[in-house]
Design a protein around this ligand. Sequence first.
Ligand code: PBG
Ligand code: ZN
Length: 329
Amino acid sequence: MEFFRGRRLRNTPALRDILRETHIKPADLVMPYFVVETDDENFKKPISAMPGQFQLSLAELKKSVELSISHGLKSVLLFGIPKTKDPVGSEGYNENGIVQQAVSMLKKHFPELIVITDVCLCEYTSHGHCGVLNEKDKTGVVLNDSTLELLAKVALSHAKAGADIVAPSDMMDGRVRAIRQALDKAGYVQLPIMSYAVKYASAYYGPFREAAESSPQFGDRRTYQMDFGNAQEAIREMSADIDEGADIGIIKPAGAYQDIIRLMYDSFDIPLAAYQVSGEYSMIKAAGQNGWINEEAVILESLMGLRRSGAKLLITYFTEELLAKGLIK
Ligand code: PBG
Ligand code: ZN
């Protein structure tokens, strides 16, 4: 043979179609929503750093979800913004809290929808950290073991409300085990845990902190989230979470960490989810709105990279738009 003619298989759209190795279906996409505790039923506030995304009242959440289900939406990830915050984030485990209300509302109206809840304290603590602090501590060092108990209460309250999957995002050590034990003890042995097992301390979360009103009031999250120079550490984190009972593992952020997604795929055998975070979303949106890139094409390309790397589920703020435009069907 003279030389390799790769172009033979690229000559027509039909040929390229039948030979494509990787696909994205509606079932692969998870849409995050921000639900606000408010008396204003019509509350729908644009998130300025995330064009096209909103903070929603329960009634507005229902409308958005209903429409998206008609476009093929299969699963959602819920974040809550409570009316009041305190140092221990007690609204996070209030059985009548905003996320708990959202879960039971969604499961009542849309029983087929997979409702995943983010389990963390940062949206509910007055200081904005993902766990509790030492009373006088202004360094932002979060107390690990006393936080575990509270996270287990948050997860259990979501389970009682009817959540299909709970997703702890706090990065405390031992939280998957604490949550698994609490769920099992209460009879929720069948409820899966989707752990944010590999979560880096990332500047890509910037826009989210406006969306969820969860910026740390002092310090940062680097004593609990991972250093972005580390890959081996991802193996330790993921294997610990699997040992403790994680059923699905999240890697977050996604685009800048595709090597880590592939490493996890090659090293472990549980389903993986890649979280294309707020900053990744906003950068594509901004360039698209300026006419600098073909936005729809870049969205699909960015997500295909995550699927190719080994992620089954794609948590992305583009979900609604992709389904509404029929770009993924
Ligand atoms: C909170 C949480 C964060 C995100 C998901 N859960 C932010 C953070 O850790 O500061 C980020 C999501 C995004 O940026 O889209 N534990
Ligand atoms: Zn948090």
